[in-house]
Design a protein around this ligand. Structure first.
Ligand code: SF4
Length: 502
């Protein structure tokens, strides 16, 4: 890895240091924009007892800091932000000579996993992971630290079992695990010295390369309770950082990362209590903001003007569906009229570009409702947006654990492809920019997110055969695995993930 970075931490060799490998199971470009990696890197390396080095799922699979081998580490922490990264995670173990199955991994590292995917349902990964942390790491980090240090001397796995949120598959089968979360975000340390590439390729206000901004997380959770949304169910209660704390973080962050763009991280950005003050602070300090999506019903002309002044050229809204019946069914708390009103305000506020998110393959969705997506995008365009300035993102609906839609069937593969093709044809020929999430990945994602530990055999076999869709299908056939249990309507009681209490 030749990328030069700011704020990279290197520690002198000492026998007393416990080396911790921190794996982001994807490319460097994706990992460098992961706040989870920045938080874990800070937490471990601020302790004298640890030396935490980063790894990505890219050959030669050596650490960024020292070029160390992954298999030489006693502790391996992995964050799983997306189910499809399970493939990269296993591939990394196999390609570095680490036995994937915990029960057979006699000399390999102890593997600790966290992140939203394992919090929703850790079961498909249970044969591979020694310790899961269900929920947020900050409040339990002191306990985790003690346990790791004790384990490094004794090799006793039991030491992790009293950590709140810990799930140890080999000794806690059948036990209820309660998600752990930080009640007050202000009191926990924030990674202001984010490790980012030196050369960001900033051209004027526009980032042309990854890692070009300083990430600021303003809140966690969302109060809206949309029926399909995992974030809304998994990260409750809604918590905000105070404005004063955010101002301190931003000033310190831009000083230490040499960035002038602030990437705001929040699932409820437009609900933030001090939204205007925060944007004004960014503008007053001659910084630029990269803003997450806005709720259509929170958009005002004044807000758009401020967002524009902060350097943004477009805004993102996620109607998700294009009929009032479906919006109601999803519990979006929005109507088509709200969406169109918000678009008018975006135009009046002076922004000419818009990004839209829609889902398809929703339960009860009709073909007429699919076609309404094009009608809605046309109506948005008629509010004064050139077609080339409208980007439409399409995602197949995937039912998620813990959500009100957790038992819903996944629309079958062929039907999803049919609906996707219809949408792409209608939208592309009109001249909109359209991006579509891969249907095959969505199907696998549903099995990985709603599966139990039986899924692990298919996953391992598919990874060993190349990790492609065909390899997955072949493994399903060879192992006589009944995918339909997890793709169809899940009537079983209890559900595989019911032991996780959010
Ligand atoms: S979809 Fe958006 S508004 Fe709805 S619960 Fe999820 S994060 Fe909140």
């Amino acid at each position: 890895m030749l990328t030069k970075e700011v704020n990279v931490i290197r520690k002198k060799y000492s026998k007393k240091l416990v080396n911790v490998a921190l794996l982001y199971p994807n490319k460097y470009q994706a990992g460098v924009e992961s706040l989870a990696i920045q938080i874990l890197y800070m937490l471990f390396n601020s302790e004298n007892e640890f030396y935490c080095q980063r790894f990505y799922s890219v050959p030669p699979y050596t650490s960024i800091e020292e070029g160390s081998k992954l298999s030489d580490f006693k502790i391996l922490c992995v964050t799983l932000q997306y189910e499809n990264d399970y493939f990269n995670f296993l591939k990394t173990l196999l390609n570095t000579g680490i036995e994937p199955r915990s029960a057979n991994r006699l000399n390999g590292p102890l593997i600790i996993a966290g992140g939203p995917c394992v919090t929703e349902n850790p079961l498909p990964l249970t044969p591979f992971i020694d310790v899961f942390i269900i929920g947020e790491v900050e409040p339990v980090f002191p306990d985790l630290k003690k346990a790791i240090l004790f384990y490094a001397d004794s090799g006793e796995l039991d030491v992790f079992k009293n950590i709140p949120g810990a799930f140890i598959p080999s000794i806690m089968k059948g036990k209820t695990v309660k998600r752990v979360w930080a009640p007050n975000l202000d009191v926990f340390p924030y990674p202001t010295r984010q490790v980012l590439p030196v050369s960001t390729g900033l051209r004027g206000k526009h980032p042309v390369a990854f890692g070009s901004s300083f990430m600021v997380e303003i809140s966690r959770g969302c109060t809206r309770r949309c029926n399909f949304c995992l974030i809304g169910c998994q990260t409750l209660p809604h918590r905000e950082r105070s404005l004063q704390k955010l101002e301190e973080i931003i000033l310190e962050g831009v000083r230490s990362t040499f960035r002038n763009r602030i990437s705001i991280i929040s699932s409820a950005f437009s609900d933030y209590s001090h939204l205007f003050e925060l944007l004004e602070f960014i503008i007053d300090n001659k910084l630029y903001a990269i803003t997450p999506s806005l709720r259509a019903d929170r958009i005002t002309v004044e807000l758009i003007k401020l967002i524009k002044e902060s350097g943004e050229e477009s805004v993102t809204i996620a109607p998700e569906a294009a009929s009032n019946r479906l919006l109601d069914y999803l519990n979006k708390g929005l109507t088509i009229e709200d969406v169109l009103n918000s678009v008018e305000k975006i135009k009046q506020g002076g922004l000419n570009k818009i990004k839209l998110y829609f889902m398809y393959g929703l339960p009860s969705e009709t073909i007429e409702e699919i076609l309404k997506i094009k009608d809605l995008v046309d109506a948005i365009s008629l509010k004064g947006f050139k077609k080339k300035n409208i980007t439409v993102n399409l995602t197949p609906f995937t039912p998620k654990p813990h959500t009100p839609f957790q038992r819903m069937p996944q629309t079958p593969f062929k039907e999803l492809v049919k609906r996707e093709t219809l949408l792409l044809k209608n939208l592309r020929k009109t001249g909109y920019n359209v991006r579509s999430y891969d249907v095959k990945s969505a199907i696998i994602q549903t099995v990985l997110s709603r599966g139990d530990s039986s899924v692990s055999d298919v996953l391992e076999m598919a990874v060993k055969s190349g990790g492609t869709w065909l390899a997955w299908k072949k493994a399903v056939r060879k192992l006589k695995f009944n995918e339909e249990i997890f793709l169809g309507e899940m009537e079983v009681k209890p559900l595989p993930w019911d032991f996780i209490k959010l």
